[in-house]
Design a protein around this ligand. Structure first.
Ligand SMILES: Nc1ncnc2c1ncn2[C@@H]1O[C@H](COP(=O)(O)OP(=O)(O)OP(=O)(O)O)[C@@H](O)[C@H]1O
Ligand SMILES: [Mg+2]
Length: 499
């Protein structure tokens, strides 16, 4: 049977838990074996003291730890002290010290007992959870907002298409305003697409994608941080598509851009630039570089910046997870991330990603073959759409092709017409509608009128549920995201109506 002191020593070792005792006021320090090990020393190989301990404390924390430890030997406290230490190999650990002050009858301190616990792993797990949670809620919010914007955007965009020819030979200024308005709408469309991409946090959903679009999204999201510190320069050369989840890849650029902005001291923002460049290298990989003219990275920390929790920011300001996350994500895509820096002059982070081979972008179907017959043969068209303004805009547009158009605002009315024997050449149907969704309507039509089910073209406002996404991927019918390209929609209508 072990003696109580042997047992205590074993327990400390098992829990990675150290104990210090300080006799006061003489300040005679004793450490348990495990406390030596926590600080990276062989038990007994150094004389335990406040100075010995402070040697290992992270430079940014030394003053605070010294102050708080001194205080704990004078005034009883229940507040733990948390700080970082740097081990001889450069490894960073986080410790938590709790202490108890023993006083004599007159209230004078005679002894302090302190426990030291290495909480690095615990903190890592907790921070990862917070980080994951933050990304998930940003994603949900982004998806919801995108969906709300898409519906009004769809009719604004359709109305613009309609107004243009009506104006005919209008004054030059009106034509210019119109074209600027269209350019504005296109920009909103791009931002919304980006938000949608960002909301797909399901890591398994990887597809070949246009990295530039993901970069643009990250730039929109970091605009506020960058604008105040530096001029943004884009130097985009063509590069291949890569296979990734857009939301995850956006996080890589987001972190690198924020770091670049933060590297520029707030007090001297004059003349600074952040340059984002893209190109393809000799091996055909996509190369993305983010260059800043900030403070650079000091030589002695260059091999630590990718470590989880390594940060030069004050306690509580940075998680130090940004770069370790970038590294993890890029590696999981089969790519590499590295940097070159010159302290005082700036840093370049370079992300290299392997190309997607035989890339067929999701959602983008091959262009439609030319229609077999003349396009202005009138067709019977049914529009099933709960958004009234959009349905009307669509009608005005499609009427130009001289179709006979019926609008219903509910899935069940469309179904009733099919059940009553009414037949359409094409059914343009919104995917997400209250009561009966486009998916349900399609399923019911497949039973009561299979010929009609095959004639459905779906429109979606985005923000797919996983079920909707699966549905669209599985069925052969064409589908478009709102606001859709009207020429493509017309081509699809011609294709379906002549099949
Ligand atoms: N472009 C850069 N220029 C200079 N130093 C950089 C740059 N990027 C990263 N660093 C250094 O690397 C450290 C780690 O970066 P990382 O993104 O992992 O964490 P952080 O930025 O400190 O914290 P967080 O990302 O949570 O805000 C930074 O604290 C900084 O010292
Ligand atoms: Mg960072």
């Amino acid at each position: 049977m072990s003696s109580p002191s042997e047992l205590l020593s074993e327990v400390q070792r098992l829990l990675h838990f150290g104990i210090a005792e300080i006799e006061l006021p003489a300040y005679v320090v004793t450490w348990s074996d495990e406390l030596f090990r926590i600080y990276g020393w062989e038990p007994g190989s150094v004389t335990p003291s406040r100075e010995t301990l402070l040697q290992r404390v992270h430079p940014a924390d030394v003053d605070r730890v010294d102050r708080e430890l001194a205080r704990a030997t004078r005034i009883p406290t229940t507040q733990p002290i948390e700080f970082r230490i740097v081990l001889p190999g450069g490894q960073l650990r986080t410790l938590e010290v709790r202490s108890r002050l023993v006083c004599d009858a007159a209230g004078a301190p005679v002894r302090m007992i302190g426990t030291t616990h290495d909480i690095t792993d615990h903190k890592e797990t907790a921070a990862r959870l917070v980080f994951a949670d933050r990304m998930a809620s940003v994603g949900t919010l982004a998806g919801g907002v995108a969906h709300e914007i898409n519906n009004p955007l769809a009719f604004i965009s359709a109305h613009l298409e309609l107004i243009a020819p009506e104006l005919g030979a209008s004054p030059v200024e009106i034509a210019a305003m119109l074209s600027e308005t269209r350019a504005g709408v296109d920009r909103i469309k791009n931002i919304v697409r980006g938000l949608q991409a960002f909301s797909s946090t399901d890591e398994d959903q990887r597809s070949p994608l246009d990295v530039q679009r993901v970069l643009e999204l990250a730039l929109v999201m970091t605009d506020n941080q960058i604008r105040h510190r530096a001029r943004l320069v884009r130097a985009f050369a063509p590069m291949p598509d890569v296979v990734a989840n857009p939301a995850t890849l956006a996080q890589v650029f987001l972190n690198l851009l924020v770091n670049a902005a933060e590297a520029i001291p707030e007090e001297e923002t004059q003349g600074h630039t952040i340059t984002v460049s893209t190109r393809s290298d000799d091996a055909g990989w996509a190369i993305i570089e983010i260059r800043d003219t900030g403070r650079g990275i000091a030589r002695d920390i260059q091999n630590q910046i990718f470590d989880p929790f390594f940060t030069t920011k004050p306690v509580g300001k940075g998680t130090g997870l940004g770069l370790s996350m970038c590294h993890g994500i890029v590696r999981s895509l089969g790519g590499e991330v590295g940097f070159t820096t010159s302290p005082g002059a700036g840093t370049v982070f370079r992300v290299a990603l392997p190309p997607a081979i035989a890339a067929v972008r999701a959602n983008e179907r091959p262009p439609a073959p030319p229609p077999a017959i003349a396009k202005d043969v009138p067709k019977r068209l049914l529009i099933v759409e709960d958004e009234v303004v959009f349905a009307n805009a669509l009608r005005r547009l499609l009427q130009r092709d001289k179709h006979a158009i019926t609008i219903v605002h509910e899935g069940k009315e469309a179904l009733a017409r099919a059940e009553a024997g009414e037949r359409f050449d094409v059914i343009v149907c919104d995917l997400m509608m209250p009561a009966m969704s486009g998916m349900e309507l399609h399923a019911k039509l497949s039973v009561v009128a299979p010929d009609q089910a095959a004639r459905v073209i779906f429109l979606t406002g985005g923000a797919f549920s996983p079920m909707a996404k699966q549905f669209l991927d599985r069925m052969p019918n064409a589908w478009f995201e709102k606001p859709c390209d009207l020429d493509q929609l017309r081509a699809a209508i011609r294709r379906v109506s002549t099949s």
